[in-house]
Design a protein around this ligand. Structure first.
Ligand SMILES: *Cc1c(COP(=O)(O)O)cnc(C)c1O
Length: 375
């Protein structure tokens, strides 16, 4: 099955093979390997040795978004508070995680079809000096829009505030360099999106000084990034506090080897851009209408309007497409009926062309192909 979902993505057999063994996480050799993996991730994030650390947490990406909020945003609403631009569903989830953690949240209205306006962020932060943090989703996996951490980070920096960057569907392809972003408290990602590895844990790259200072303030031992950092100082950076998903960590090591061999994030981004161009062109040729104009469409995920047909049913379409060997997302993130198709993972243009052909055949089979484009 060709998975064109926005994670977990298709992986290379070498990556899966690396997980195919029994591993003792507490063994000293294995701790050293995990320490090396974390150092590689820190360096991939453009972090500096001794200044930044990559901190792992078992669980999916949302666990890390919660951990970052709990660790860095003070629960005292006099000194802490997070501004979250409502860029889409992943921003909404950040809002809920922060609220449920008892943090003060300010939601900033934002467009779903355009990158966030740095001037509007500046105005919102300036209007409330008690807001300590901005929570930004780099690649909004619900809309396909890529927001700009350079312009927005500069605003956050200039106002002396801090940033939590959800880079889950960006990291490994879209650029970010921690040493250029002293305002970032946590750069968050998972192995199973642009890094093309297996799910099971999440990572935040943080300034060590901040992590150490915040240890003990998360209101949760499990979600305390400061405690994870301090434990690494005491027992070695590869030492977990609790049982880590060690097979998923081994697979990520193999996936980083493949990323290096490909030419790093810039080369990977180019492959994803090629995938997206083929997908965008192919769907348009079938008579389908993408949500975003080409100039705004990001390289990660594409939302396309469902055919304007009274018989349209997403679930039925997804099931029929599966019989052609292609799996797309089975829920929509837009108010209007739509489908969501990923362009990331260990796939290339021929896979996308095969998927487009399968989508065309499925539309025909269900009598849903827009008339002017019927085969
Ligand atoms: C995938 C994703 C997450 C995390 O999702 P999980 O299912 O918890 O791993 C968070 N933010 C964004 C933008 C994502 O794309």
């Amino acid at each position: 099955m060709l998975l064109l979902i926005p994670g977990p993505v298709m992986t290379h057999p070498d990556v899966r093979a690396a997980a195919n063994r029994d591993i003792a996480p507490w063994d000293h050799d294995v701790r050293a390997e995990v320490g090396d993996l974390l150092a590689r991730l820190r360096s991939l994030a453009g972090g500096a040795d001794g200044v930044h650390a990559a901190l792992p947490l078992p669980g999916s990406g949302h666990f890390m978004v919660e951990a970052a909020i709990r660790t860095f945003v003070s629960p005292s609403s006099e000194v802490g508070g997070i501004l979250i631009p409502a860029t889409g569903q992943y921003a909404d989830r950040m809002v809920r995680l922060a609220r449920d953690a008892g943090r003060r949240v300010t939601v900033m209205p934002a467009s779903l079809t355009r990158p966030l306006d740095a001037a509007a962020v500046k105005a919102a932060l300036s209007a409330d000096p008690s807001i300590s943090h901005l929570g930004l989703v780099y690649s909004e996996t619900s809309t396909g829009v890529i927001h700009d951490p350079e312009a927005i980070g500069a605003v956050v920096r200039s106002l002396g505030r801090r940033m939590i960057l959800d880079a889950v569907s960006a990291f490994g392809a879209l650029p970010i360099t921690m040493t250029d972003h002293p305002e970032i408290d946590a750069l968050i990602f998972t192995p199973n999106k642009c890094l093309e590895a297996l799910p099971g844990f999440s990572v935040a790259v943080c300034p060590v000084e901040r992590a150490e200072a915040r240890a003990g303030s998360a209101g949760s031992w499990s979600f305390d990034l400061g405690d994870i950092y301090v434990n690494g100082l005491a027992n070695g950076p590869g030492a977990g506090r609790f049982t880590p998903p060690i097979q998923a960590m081994a697979a990520l090591g193999a996936a980083l080897d493949r990323l290096d061999a490909e030419g790093g994030p810039a080369a990977r981004l180019q492959r994803y851009r090629d995938n997206m161009a083929a997908l965008y062109d192919g769907l348009e040729a079938l008579g389908l209408r993408p949500f975003l104009p080409r100039a705004i469409q990001g390289p990660i995920i594409l939302n396309v309007h469902a055919p304007a047909h009274p018989d349209w049913d997403l679930r039925r379409f997804v099931e029929a497409l599966k019989r052609h060997g292609v799996l797309i997302s089975n829920f929509r993130n837009t108010e209007e009926p739509s489908m969501r198709i990923g362009a990331i993972g260990a796939i290339a243009r021929p896979d996308i062309l095969r998927a487009v052909a399968a989508i065309g055949e499925t539309l025909d089979e269900l009598g849903l192909r827009p008339k002017a484009h019927a085969a």
